[in-house]
Design a protein. Structure first.
Length: 248
């Protein structure tokens, strides 16, 4: 599989992995990596860094939207091998250490197997390491507020519901919002296209996931980079409202 890197704004690239996206923020020789795909996407992660003229040694930090395996996949590899710190919302730190796991169970997937796309997605997830146990040994909590002193100057935004510590990342200088799984634009298990929540089975607390759409709607951004699906251009407030209407 060839890596698919899309330049979406100055210093901002969206990478489409195998069913999951990650984002590379560049500044000089350093980069911030937001999410890392499935464990099976490791070579794609390395290829994507090379495609933007960087390397794993240049990763200033790995920011994680949430500690599901399809976003956490190579985080510990980058930390242990290249010394890149792995940072998450404080509520997500124990999740990354695998003190608990809030992830859709195989049983719940099977109960939803009649839905279009679910079984092919599940097969891909299993083959890509979706159920592997890959804890981050030393995850670090994000600071309480404000922009991070990292390439892109991302501002963490707590958006719980999908997981307890799910976090979006706002880039005010470029009008970009990295939404992870708090707001997506497509998924193999969904027939809908455009801004939406993931299907219900994926959320730890669906009501909080819906409420977090209001948080996203209050941010000034017109480029949405989701954890799943293509880039969406247009006011994020409109995208969040569209997702809320679909979820109603």
């Amino acid at each position: 599989m060839r890596v698919d890197v899309r330049h979406v704004a100055d210093g901002v690239c969206l990478v489409h992995g195998s069913n999951t996206n990650w984002v590379i923020l560049t500044e000089g020789d350093a980069v911030t990596l937001v999410d890392t795909g499935y464990p099976g996407d490791r070579q794609l992660v390395l290829d994507s860094l090379a495609a933007v003229g960087s390397s794993p040694e240049a990763v200033a930090a790995v920011l994680v939207t949430h500690a599901h395996n399809d976003h956490l996949g190579s985080a510990e590899f980058l930390r242990a091998t290249y010394g890149a710190p792995v940072r998450l919302h404080e509520a997500e730190v124990p999740h990354a250490r695998r003190e608990f796991l809030h992830q859709v169970s195989i049983g719940r997937v099977l109960r939803n197997g009649w839905r279009p796309g679910v079984l092919p997605w599940a097969v891909h997830a299993l083959r890509s390491g979706g159920t592997a146990r890959l804890p981050v040994a030393a995850p670090e909590a994000l600071p309480a507020a404000g922009p991070l002193d990292l390439p892109g100057r991302p501002v963490p935004v707590h958006t719980p519901g999908h997981t307890l510590g799910h976090c979006a990342y706002h880039l005010p200088d470029t009008g970009v919002l990295i939404t992870g799984d708090a707001l997506v634009t497509g998924h193999p298990t969904s027939r809908a296209k455009g801004p939406q929540l993931l299907p219900d089975m994926f959320h730890h607390e669906r009501a909080r996931a819906v409420a977090s759409l209001d948080v996203l709607a209050g941010l000034d951004a017109d480029v949405l980079l989701p954890g799943h699906g293509p880039v969406h251009r247009g006011p994020v407030r409109d995208a969040a409202r569209q997702a809320a209407e679909r979820a109603a």
